[in-house]
Design a protein around this ligand. Structure first.
Ligand SMILES: CC(C)(COP(=O)(O)OP(=O)(O)OC[C@H]1O[C@@H](n2cnc3c(N)ncnc32)[C@H](O)[C@@H]1OP(=O)(O)O)[C@@H](O)C(=O)NCCC(=O)NCCS
Length: 165
């Protein structure tokens, strides 16, 4: 198994994985495809031989303003104030093997190289513990409640300072 860059040809498989893994957080094909088109160097596939078993979608964004679920971005903001992890998702058989930690380290390195001082994300599916182990902490931002609610009741904005390696 290994992580490799995502290409437009992968998007059908990404959609199938997203539909299977994020049953409670459905997103339209154009929403996932737009992330890959706007910031291909932040998008990765986890493959076992030729079979896709996980993916990561990430891009620069504005800190504390997470996009609503299933919404197009329009454009990557400039300046951007956070390196945003839209999603890291693995099929159950691919979990517990260190691949999520591997891509997280790669993303932290990428964010640092690109000049960001933090990474952030909205944690869902009770994944907060995983992200905490990866150095993220929950951050409370006044007025963000309604937007986070679009991700479900357990959603939390989390941040990791790049310097805290
Ligand atoms: C979140 C996800 C990417 C983590 O990948 P993973 O392979 O399961 O993570 P790992 O097994 O490498 O876990 C690393 C550590 O986090 C812990 N952990 C992972 N998920 C956890 C959870 N849901 N609750 C508690 N602990 C968790 C593991 O026990 C492990 O701890 P250890 O290092 O002390 O043994 C994966 O579970 C997944 O794809 N989930 C579904 C999609 C999803 O919700 N993605 C997150 C969107 S924000």
């Amino acid at each position: 198994m290994a992580w490799r860059p995502m290409t437009p040809q992968d998007l059908t498989q990404v959609q199938a994985l997203a539909d299977a893994i994020h049953v409670s957080h459905p997103e339209d094909p154009e929403v996932l495809a737009e992330r890959q088109r706007l910031y291909p160097k932040g998008c990765f596939m986890l493959v076992d031989d030729e079979r896709a078993i996980g993916y990561a979608l990430t891009h620069p964004w504005r800190f504390a303003e997470p996009p609503c679920l299933n919404r197009l971005l329009g454009a990557i903001p400039s300046p951007a104030t956070t390196y945003y992890i839209h999603d890291v998702a693995l099929l159950p058989a691919a979990r517990g093997k260190g691949y999520a930690a591997q891509i997280t380290s790669l993303l932290v390195g990428h964010a640092r190289k690109a000049g960001f001082d933090n990474l952030s994300l909205v944690a869902v599916n009770k994944s907060q513990v995983f992200w905490e182990k990866a150095g993220f902490r929950e951050v409370a931002v006044p007025g963000l409640g309604a937007k986070l609610a679009s991700y479900g009741p357990d959603a939390a904005l989390m941040v990791r300072d790049v310097a805290s390696l």
